[in-house]
Design a protein around this ligand. Structure first.
Ligand SMILES: [Zn+2]
Ligand SMILES: [Zn+2]
Length: 160
């Protein structure tokens, strides 16, 4: 991974790579945070993914569904980066990651009273059930990093 960081740093001198506890893109500070203890192909893929967010200058999102779009775009950019470095990213891994976000979005949009699938309200903080008119609040949308590997319960950080 060190080799890849060095190469990305040469290709994109403006990018800032900072070691940390987990992989993330921090739009507030313009930093790509990488888990310095991580090794193996998944670490490489995560690094490319976060670099994708950085190169696409992802800043934030309002509606929940936008997050899925940005995640998809970041993986698309990561695929290009991988190809340029003679690497490849396992498509199953990408799908697993996106599924985590899909699950998360789905769970947020289910009415707690009648389990109808509902739409997020214009304030992006509430959902309202078209069926039973229950309104519920979701945590303000922020870029989150979700990990499907942990018992299918997504974990979130405050950064992307
Ligand atoms: Zn991401
Ligand atoms: Zn309902």
């Amino acid at each position: 991974m060190d080799k890849l960081i060095k190469q990305l740093q040469v290709d994109f001198p403006a990018l800032l790579f900072t070691p940390g506890r987990q992989f993330a893109w921090s739009p507030e500070t313009d930093e790509i945070i990488y888990k310095s203890s991580a090794t193996g192909p998944k670490a490489t893929w995560s690094l490319l993914h976060e670099t994708g967010h950085a190169l696409l200058k992802h800043k934030g999102y309002k509606a929940d569904f936008e997050l899925l779009r940005l995640e998809t775009e970041a993986w698309q950019r990561a695929r290009q980066l991988a190809a340029e470095s003679d690497l490849s990213i396992d498509e199953d891994h990408i799908e697993d990651c996106l599924d985590t976000y899909r699950d998360w979005l789905y769970k947020r949009s289910i009415c707690p009273t009648c389990t109808a699938k509902c739409l997020q309200q214009g304030d992006f903080v509430h959902y309202r059930c078209f069926n039973c008119h229950t309104t519920w609040r979701v945590t303000a949308s922020r870029f989150c990093r979700a990990y499907r590997s942990t018992k299918h319960i997504p974990q979130f950080s405050s950064v992307l």
